[in-house]
Design a protein around this ligand. Structure first.
Ligand code: DI6
Ligand code: FE
Length: 397
């Protein structure tokens, strides 16, 4: 397959813009990208896909979602509008735990069926790789059920799914105030069982006063690393728990949210090469006022990814371009940083080296936009201007 007359954002060294570009693809790999004038003879094609000047980017990567869950939490949204806080609702047994009740009652087939429309929205917004977390089962069997449903998405749709084990998302009522017992009796055994079934790409946890402390999580992260699995952490979302530094100490791929991140946390992340995943949808939904320390992360050279955090409580958002818009408007990322955040840096946050940029030998996942400049993707609010999507070297039908 050959794309011609593209305005190509390679995402190497910033946008890495190439005007009037061609991209040559063989199988599921990019073979060549550059100016049409320089296209090697071997890659010429009598029937190319003419982009007519449209912007072509790497396929977008959503590196943080909770896309598999049952039910919704519109009632909780109404409670928050009446003044209740996210933490108050969680402490009263609502919040994450209300989605746990619904998810436990759902079958694997139900979970897949309700996830697919959300995934279709993400695909229609230009995503080609999506990370999906467990964390609404909170028993060994229910965590496995969620991870199996998540993996089936990648069979049902033209998208790459990576799964993160997030049994340490909340403490279920049967373990109330017994986090150590929960980690020992559910989180660890579910990790071992899921790993044995090949269902785990990374291990995640929620470090927060309403969830787990770094001390609670130490045995889980130690075991993950012993299994050769990378870790990542929901850190400093609602308060500073020194989660980012703890994650960095375990060589984490990413620390996510980070509204209350300290300068010590930034230093630890920079030293460990841990990426920052910025989740403006949760900030917006919770009407948070503490902005993550973007300027300090930038100054420290920490790669920043941007994701939807798609979940029924704090971020019912399925559009990466809208997350990019929010990251710029609410957090003052530049549109270039926002696009790096959903391409090259999102790949980094998932430990993927075969995608996120347009270069020879990388996977041929590309999004073609009804836009002429990459800043337009962040600038528009909603209605992502996707023209076409190429997944694994093939155009969507
Ligand atoms: N932080 C979040 O924003 C999501 N999980 C987490 O640890 C929210 C999950 C939910 O409210 O259902
Ligand atoms: Fe999350």
């Amino acid at each position: 397959m050959l794309l011609t007359h593209a305005t190509l954002a390679t995402m190497t060294g910033g946008y890495g813009l190439i005007p009037d570009a061609a991209v040559a693809i063989e199988g599921d790999r990019i073979m060549w990208a550059g100016r049409i004038a320089d296209l090697p003879r071997a890659f010429r094609d009598t029937d190319p896909f003419d982009c007519k000047g449209r912007l072509v980017t790497p396929g977008l990567i959503d590196c943080h979602t909770h896309a598999v869950h049952a039910g919704h939490r519109a009632a909780e949204f109404e409670q928050r509008l009446q003044g209740a806080s996210y933490e108050e609702i969680a402490r009263a047994g609502g919040g994450i735990l209300s989605t746990v009740t619904a998810t436990r009652a759902a079958s694997e087939a139900d979970l897949l069926a309700t996830a697919l429309p959300r995934i279709d929205q993400m695909i229609a917004s230009g995503a080609t790789t999506i990370e999906v977390k467990s964390g609404y089962g909170l028993t060994v069997a229910d965590e496995i059920k969620v991870l199996r449903a998540a993996r089936r998405i990648g069979v049902a749709r033209r998208v790459t799914i990576l799964t993160s084990h997030l049994a340490a998302h909340a403490i279920p009522p049967e373990y109330k105030s017994r986090p150590t017992a929960y980690i020992g009796e559910v989180a660890l055994p579910s990790l071992l069982a899921a790993q044995a079934e090949g269902l785990v790409d990374a291990v995640d946890a929620f470090c927060e006063t309403i969830a787990f402390s770094t001390g609670d999580l130490e045995p889980l992260f130690a075991r993950a690393r012993a299994l050769g699995l990378p870790v990542k952490l929901h850190a400093e979302q609602l308060s500073d728990q020194n989660g980012a530094a703890f994650a960095a100490r375990h060589g984490a791929l990413s620390a996510d949210h980070l509204e209350y991140l300290s300068s010590a946390g930034i230093t630890a992340m920079a030293a460990a090469g841990t990426a920052a995943v910025i989740l403006p949808g949760a900030f917006y939904t919770l009407r948070e006022t503490q902005i993550p320390p973007i300027a300090a992360l930038r100054a420290a050279g920490v790669p920043m990814a941007v994701a939807t955090d798609l979940n029924p409580g704090s971020s019912p958002l399925a559009s990466l371009p809208l997350a990019m818009n929010m990251a710029c408007t609410l957090f003052r990322l530049t549109p270039e940083e926002a696009l790096l955040g959903t391409t090259a840096h999102a790949a980094r946050a998932l430990g993927l080296t075969d995608r996120g940029r347009v270069a020879p030998s990388l996977r041929a996942d590309l999004s073609v936009w009804d836009a002429g400049h990459p800043a337009e993707l962040s600038y528009r609010i909603g209605a992502p201007p996707l023209h076409a999507r190429i997944f694994g070297g093939r155009l969507d039908a």
